[in-house]
Design a protein around this ligand. Structure first.
Ligand SMILES: C[S@@+](CC[C@H](N)C(=O)[O-])C[C@H]1O[C@@H](n2cnc3c(N)ncnc32)[C@H](O)[C@@H]1O
Length: 354
């Protein structure tokens, strides 16, 4: 990695003595300022002694770690650094799971929960979900899937590290697993397994099979939560200045831009191809909740449209399900309360099967 110019470090220090340590990781002053703002907001939420906490967080970050909820996520070149927006979407997903468990009027401790995190990267979503939901679910299985062996290795290390630090319950050692598969693969001859192919063996929960529809076009495994932050930037936006230079230079393209496809499904933009595959899987696995991170509100609306078309096609073939689909955060209040810009920045699409 090229050295940062001393003048840049000095200017950053003059602005705020905490900036240089962040600058070494973020590589641009704009990103370092943003990161400092997120960390300050978190420190203020976490502790009345927030200045001490903030200094510790910055030191940690300069060692290559990233706070994610109550966890510390180890980062390394070649794997996307987790973002605070993703942390907010993960928290929202956990909230919905808790609400669902409560509304079923059953003690959630006796329930089972099957979670699939596609495109897991550092494993941040899978691990934080374990921390948030494991106290309420006795039988829990969280699978994180990625195509990149580098990411899977790091995710595994993050599991071990957070167990070691006592940030995760011991049960995470068996209840969270990381597995290699290709979200875009339809099967056939590829050497990397498909997601559908790996699921039955991974979720050995001994649940009676649901007989909700019994159709052969559904997967054997029923998912409770399907969550993903997939690559979603178009090749054009990656190069035309929409994606900042520091992100382009230091984040892996595999994590950001979907690979070119020989043919695209109807009504699907090249950058939305992961959503197409994940929505199909969500329908086939009768997922109770699906949470998909999107780059902005426009992309989130596009994902909602894709889901509508797929469910309409299903209804025409006699298989009608009811869904509650929403974009989060959406209202001014939701944005303000969760630190999102009202018009700009990432959103997630939340799909609940009713
Ligand atoms: C945007 S990153 C998200 C990482 C992490 N979930 C997070 O939120 O920080 C997308 C991830 O998708 C993975 N990926 C790219 N193509 C894939 C594919 N065809 N199948 C599975 N994972 C893929 C990348 O390796 C990368 O880790």
């Amino acid at each position: 990695m090229p050295r940062l110019p001393t003048s840049l470090l000095i200017n950053a220090y003059r602005e705020n003595p905490l900036l240089p340590s962040l600058l070494r990781e973020c590589r641009s002053l704009v990103s370092a300022r943003n990161e400092l703002r997120w960390l300050r907001e978190r420190a203020q939420r976490d502790s009345p002694e927030w200045r001490t906490r903030l200094r510790a967080m910055c030191r940690q970050r300069s060692k290559g770690d990233q706070p994610f909820g109550e966890l510390e996520i180890l980062c390394e070149r070649g794997v996307l650094i987790p973002r605070s927006d993703t942390e907010s979407f993960t928290n929202e997903a956990a909230k919905i799971i808790h609400e669902m468990a409560k509304s079923k009027n059953e003690p959630s401790r006796t329930s089972d929960l099957r979670v699939l995190d596609l495109c897991t990267g550092t494993g941040c979503i899978a691990l934080l979900l374990h921390q948030l939901v494991s106290p309420n679910f006795k039988h829990l299985k969280i699978i994180g899937v990625d195509i990149s062996p580098l990411a899977l290795n790091l995710a595994q290390r993050n599991l071990a590290y957070n167990l070691e630090q006592g940030y995760l319950a011991e049960s995470a050692g068996t209840q969270v697993q990381f597995q290699r598969a290709d979200v875009l693969s339809q099967g056939s001859s590829e050497s990397i397994p498909t997601v559908e192919g790996i699921l039955p063996k991974l979720y050995e929960l001994d649940l009676p099979k649901s007989n909700e529809t019994g159709s052969e076009i559904e997967t054997e495994v029923r998912l409770d939560l399907l969550i993903s932050n997939p690559p979603y930037i178009s090749n054009k936006d990656f190069w035309n200045g929409t994606t900042s230079r520091s992100v382009r230079r230091f984040e892996p393209q595999l994590a950001l831009v979907p690979p070119p496809q020989p043919a695209l499904p109807d009504e699907c933009n090249a950058e939305d191809i992961f959503y197409h595959h994940i929505l199909r899987l969500s329908l086939k696995s009768l997922a109770r909740v699906t949470v998909l991170e999107c780059g902005d509100i426009m992309q989130a609306r596009q994902v909602v449209k894709m889901h509508d078309s797929m469910t309409q096609a299903l209804a025409q073939s006699g298989r009608e399900f009811k869904f509650d689909v929403r974009i989060w955060p959406e209202t001014e209040r939701e944005c303000a309360e969760n630190g999102f810009h009202l018009y700009d920045g990432a959103r997630c699409v939340i799909i609940r099967r009713m």
